[in-house]
Design a protein around this ligand. Structure first.
Ligand SMILES: [Zn+2]
Length: 95
């Protein structure tokens, strides 16, 4: 008789697990309520980093940081540091 009770308990346990899995999946299903709202006016990184006409990127001396940094070289030979946004006029020598 004891073995029947164990077998019955195991059967009840298996049936509750089989029924509980879909119920828990339904209860914890994502609703999307935790998602952030989409942001307007987002500029893609590729468009943001794309140099304008006749501009190139190259490493140059940044006088503000006293170090070589990546710069955007403009058509008038001035350059803008990509790190600190310092604009260096055309006459400053490039080291
Ligand atoms: Zn800089």
């Amino acid at each position: 008789m004891n073995e029947w009770n164990i077998a019955l308990g195991a059967l009840v346990l298996l049936l509750s697990l089989a029924a509980g899995a879909p119920l828990s999946r339904w209860y914890f299903a994502p609703t999307g309520s935790h998602r952030t709202a989409p942001v307007d006016n987002v500029v893609p990184l590729e468009a943001f980093m794309r140099p304008q006409a006749a501009e190139t990127n190259d490493v140059g001396w940044c006088p503000a940081e006293q170090a070589e940094r990546l710069h955007a070289y403009h058509p008038d030979k001035s350059r803008t540091c990509w790190t600190c946004r310092t604009v260096t006029p055309a006459g400053v020598p490039r080291v």
